[in-house]
Design a protein around this ligand. Structure first.
Ligand code: FE
Length: 198
């Protein structure tokens, strides 16, 4: 199964390069235009996007339900998307509750929701995180300074080339009355990965 995942990644990358080459060869696409599109995508990719999504979900139950049901469609409501390359990645948002916590990883490489979180931190790509968070998630969270209640179950989601995950943290107590912008400011990149409470 793991080999399959890697194979899929490599196959997809090869297919994308092949299509790019064909388009360029036929003069259908300007390589400089492709570079500009990629640069523009990276310039927009930031954890501020993920934080906005979470703040909106905390304030708007309808949006939250749509986000959990179909992440890609709900993102459009905020002017966001998972696009940036030739194919849009599927977004699955996983919600933390009083008794269930979620963490994301890519066990085989470094798949990550870049559009919503910006470039991934070095530790996310490390062999230590990728292998250990699956086997001993609670110990890994503790090393991030996050001591999760032992009664709370942890689910670790393994991202792939096609599917990316985003954690919807629990809204902190005492934040009643805060507006969307103030709520978004409480959300951290690590909270969106699941290695922090928020
Ligand atoms: Fe990966």
């Amino acid at each position: 199964m793991s080999g399959e995942h890697h194979g899929t990644d490599a196959t997809l990358a090869a297919q994308v390069r092949h299509v790019e080459a064909l388009l360029e060869e036929r003069g259908l696409v300007d390589p400089a235009e492709l570079d500009r599109a990629l640069e523009a995508f990276l310039a927009r990719a930031s954890p501020a996007n993920g934080s906005r999504v979470v703040a909106r979900a905390w304030l708007d139950a309808g949006f939250r339900a749509r986000l959990l049901a179909d992440g890609n469609t709900a993102l459009v409501e905020l002017g966001l998307s998972m696009g940036g390359g030739l194919q849009e990645q599927r977004l699955k948002v996983v919600e933390n509750t009083a008794d269930a916590h979620n963490v994301i990883v890519c066990t085989l490489c470094s798949c990550y929701p870049i559009a919503l979180l910006g470039p991934s931190p070095t530790w996310y790509k490390s062999e230590a995180y990728r292998s250990r968070v699956v086997r001993e998630p609670r110990a890994v969270l503790a090393e991030f300074g996050f001591d999760l209640d032992p009664a709370v179950a942890i689910t670790v989601w393994d991202a792939s080339a096609e599917t990316r995950y985003l954690v919807l943290p629990r809204r902190p107590a005492g934040t009643h009355g805060l507006d969307e912008r103030s709520l978004a400011a409480l959300v951290t990149r690590n909270g969106l990965i699941g290695v922090a409470a928020v």
